[in-house]
Unconditional design. Structure first.
Length: 314
């Protein structure tokens, strides 16, 4: 990775990881919402042109005053990367980006995935993946399927080397609804009882695309170690099918229980989209989902997505 991070190896480790858990469920209980918080790291300290502010105690930071349609200076790139490693989700409001400019921005942080072959619905275009809630006539709709983005997931875990980060840019945003929720699975892991950490330490999760069960399976560690911060995080969500070496019902139950606990409100940030928002997030320590609510399907929602290639999880 080109940027040189300056975040300590355990940046963001919370004291709740050292506390005795409550013995209320099989994997232990999590701390109260007030305890689940990451420390504030002011990535742009001393740089008066930009303002950064935390968006929730658990994760996410907003950076205002930078135009990411232009090439980044070395200092800006480094500051963004430090904020990214510390807070996992970075929001850049009030941007105006072509798909090519979004691609160029993502390319500051690694090799951007080439667009996949266009599907029958024509969703693949140019240098970005167009994500929209539109039918063939351009009208908003709701698609229900096992692969829908309304399920908690990390992007493309079914690849041998899943993408490290995603950028999503709001081209059209609904006046209500269409939010995206993020959950900090590193903070959730920190809060697990030590007994549970030992129990799951060497388990491996099997993933396969929920939209194509004919694809081969891939397995990754249930607890993956971030290569740049050294933090451990739960790696799970939609597209996971079982745990290697464990009876399938038992493995699915464990995955479901861990996911339910890891996505509780104290570990979450909910993003209300505005046109011009560019959000980038770290797939190595988060799960996310589009929020399915009463306004879903009422209004047009069009996003452009770019992903940066990653390495094999360890």
């Amino acid at each position: 990775m080109n940027p040189s991070p300056r975040v300590p190896a355990k940046a963001g480790t919370h004291s709740s990881a050292l506390q005795e858990p409550l013995a209320s469920i099989s994997i232990g209980a999590f701390p109260d919402a007030a305890e689940a918080a990451e420390p504030w790291v002011p990535a742009f300290a001393g740089m008066t042109n930009y303002v950064s502010a935390p968006l929730s105690p658990a994760l996410a930071v907003k950076i205002v005053g930078i135009d990411i349609s232009r090439p980044l200076s070395a200092d800006d790139k480094d500051a963004i990367w430090r904020a990214f490693l510390a807070h996992h989700v970075v929001v850049f409001p009030h941007q105006s980006l072509t798909r090519e400019q979004q691609f160029d921005f993502a390319a500051h942080f690694g090799e951007v995935e080439a667009p996949e072959a266009r599907r029958a619905n024509g969703k693949r275009h140019g240098v970005a993946h167009v994500m929209a809630n539109l039918d063939t006539n351009g009208n908003p709709t709701v698609r229900y399927s096992p692969a829908a983005n309304y399920h908690w997931h990390t992007d493309k875990p079914y690849q041998g080397a899943p993408p490290i980060l995603t950028t999503l840019y709001a081209v059209e945003a609904p006046p209500s609804g269409g939010d995206t929720e993020f959950a900090n699975t590193a903070l959730a892991y920190d809060a697990l009882p030590e007994e549970t950490k030992r129990r799951i330490a060497r388990l491996r999760v099997v993933f396969r695309p929920a939209f194509d069960v004919s694809q081969p399976e891939v397995d990754h560690p249930l607890v993956r170690t971030h290569p740049e911060t050294g933090r451990k995080a739960l790696y799970l969500g939609n597209h996971s099918t079982k745990i290697l070496g464990m009876p399938e019902p038992e493995g699915r139950a464990l995955l479901r229980e861990l996911l339910d606990r890891a996505t509780q409100q104290q570990f979450n940030y909910r993003h209300r989209w505005q046109v011009g928002d560019l959000v980038m997030w770290d797939n190595r320590c988060l799960v996310h989902r589009a929020v399915l609510d009463s306004d879903t399907g009422k209004y047009r929602r069009v996003m452009h997505r770019s992903l940066v290639k990653g390495a094999v999880p360890v």
